[in-house]
Design a protein around this ligand. Structure first.
Ligand code: SAM
Ligand code: SF4
Length: 456
């Protein structure tokens, strides 16, 4: 959502004749778009502000702005604690940025805006997208669920959905710009509702847009998966066969304290239903370890769900107490930090084994992969994503971001698969050999394509 919001901010500022620089050297202002979901997100911003303070102390005249959820949650407290900050604006205040910037520049006084909107604030703005494989589209904003650990309802305000026609028009523009994949975004994306239209109706209309080949969405809540939505997903191959299904915890008493509105058994039932309707689905999740009052016995239930469901991958977080949330007012943050760390490490360990086991099942299979970016380890290779959201590294000399390429998987790690493009096995071998030699690493490539069945 922050990436998408940054695209909106770019568009708003460009329309007011602001230009973007490549680095800080020529910049007159720097705007940090922030997250507040866990304390480490705040810490990253404080480190950036330390660097910017150094820059200002060395005489660089620059306006420093903090935007987004951290700005909304801390408000003036942020400016009081950080004199380096000139401008603070929450997630619904981006249209006011040109005026805020002008006023800070003209008066030298600090600028603030924290108003939250009841309506979709940005539906009339075309975001300035970075060309590539995927276009983000926010379909709704805010959240009314008030999970007790979560700051989102306080930083992003009440839940409100854009009109279906407005979203579909944006997707037509995206397709005309050449994007083939869209990801529908919302804090609680599957609770989308506008007039008579629900999330399944919207998904169908988006998939009808010519030129769009893949539709993803994030983040859904387990409470909003009616059978209608699952059938829609099963019946149209444009819908990626991946659902991110945040579990948060396995124990019923912790789930209740979190206000998640489902029990452990209801979560199992939902997973069974999803797998019955969409057998090839890949499931990923979010888990919080060490929420208030979580005992060893509670934690064992989380382990039990992870082992029984076997998610394809999981984001596992230490509970991080957030200002303004219900948990901070109602429950003591009483699980010692070392215990939280041990639980996170344990969950990561079991998840790594599960992910590896599940990824190995993909060896020998052919997938259509969307090319995303050059691989970080070896920029001669590409990183792409299968329709069920698994990362694949492969070589293809003619590919570019956004292309669809058929790749046969021949190696599986915990987080990434490796594969060969059907018609380029020998070149792939050469690139890998070159890479192995240059990095003095040892590697085996099993070539299972039809043209050559060798092991090198
Ligand atoms: N709306 C999604 C849902 O209801 O499951 C979650 C979106 S939330 C922005 C992303 C993830 O951050 C959550 O699924 C949760 O695991 C994690 N998270 C949120 N608040 C947290 C906190 N206080 N401490 C640790 N992790 C947290
Ligand atoms: Fe936060 Fe998600 Fe719960 Fe909303 S549904 S309060 S975004 S965790």
């Amino acid at each position: 959502m922050n990436e998408y919001d940054s695209e909106l901010i770019r568009s708003i500022l460009r329309s007011h004749q602001h230009e973007f620089t490549d680095g800080l050297a020529n910049a007159e202002a720097v705007l940090l778009n922030t997250c507040a979901i866990r304390e480490n997100a705040h810490q990253r911003i404080y480190h950036r502000l330390d660097d910017l303070r150094g820059l200002k102390n060395r005489g660089h005249k620059i306006i420093v702005g903090v935007l987004g959820c951290m700005a909304q949650n801390l408000r003036e407290e942020l400016a009081d604690r950080e004199p380096v900050v000139d401008l603070v604006a929450g997630p619904d205040s981006y249209k006011r940025l040109p005026q805020l910037l002008a006023s800070v520049r003209e008066t030298g006084d600090r600028g603030f805006d924290f108003s939250l909107s009841e309506f979709e604030t940005y539906s009339d703005i075309a975001p300035q997208r970075v060309p590539g494989s995927n276009a983000w589209v926010a379909i709704m904003r805010g959240c009314d669920n008030f999970c007790t650990f979560c700051v989102v309802p306080y930083t992003r305000g009440r839940e409100r959905s854009r009109s279906l026609e407005n979203i579909v028009n944006e997707v037509h523009r995206i397709a005309a710009e050449g994007f083939k994949q869209v990801t529908l975004l919302g804090q609680n994306v599957n609770s989308y509702c506008h007039e008579q239209n629900d999330f399944a109706d919207l998904m169908q209309r988006v998939a009808e847009v010519p030129g769009i080949r893949r539709v993803r969405f994030t983040s859904p809540h387990p409470k909003d998966f009616p059978r209608k939505l699952l059938r829609v997903m099963a019946e149209n191959e444009k819908f990626c066969k991946h659902i991110h299904l945040p579990l948060q915890a396995g124990s019923n008493s912790v789930l209740e304290r979190m206000n998640r509105t489902y029990t452990k058994q209801e979560f199992f039932d939902l997973v069974d239903e999803i797998r019955a309707v969409i057998p090839e689905i890949s499931l990923t999740t979010d888990v919080i370890a060490g929420f208030c009052g979580e005992t060893d016995e509670d934690f064992a239930h989380t382990v039990d769900v992870m082992q029984k469901v076997e998610f394809d991958s999981a984001f596992i977080f230490k509970y991080s107490e957030r200002k303004n949330t219900i948990a901070v007012r109602k429950f003591p943050d009483d699980v010692p930090d070392e215990v939280k760390t041990q639980r996170v490490m344990y969950l990561n360990e079991i998840q790594r084994e599960i992910s590896l086991r599940r990824n190995r099942l993909e060896i020998g299979k052919m997938f259509e992969v969307v090319v995303e970016e050059p691989s970080k380890k070896n920029p001669q290779e590409w990183l792409g994503r299968t329709d069920h959201s698994k990362r694949v590294v492969f070589f293809d000399e003619s590919a570019k971001p956004g292309d669809f390429v058929k790749v046969r998987i021949n190696e599986a790690g915990t987080n990434t698969l490796r594969g060969i493009v059907e018609d380029q096995p020998l070149r792939a071998l050469r690139v890998l050999a070159n890479f192995t030699e240059n990095n003095s690493a040892c590697s085996t490539l099993y070539c299972t394509t039809q043209t050559c069945n060798t092991i090198s």
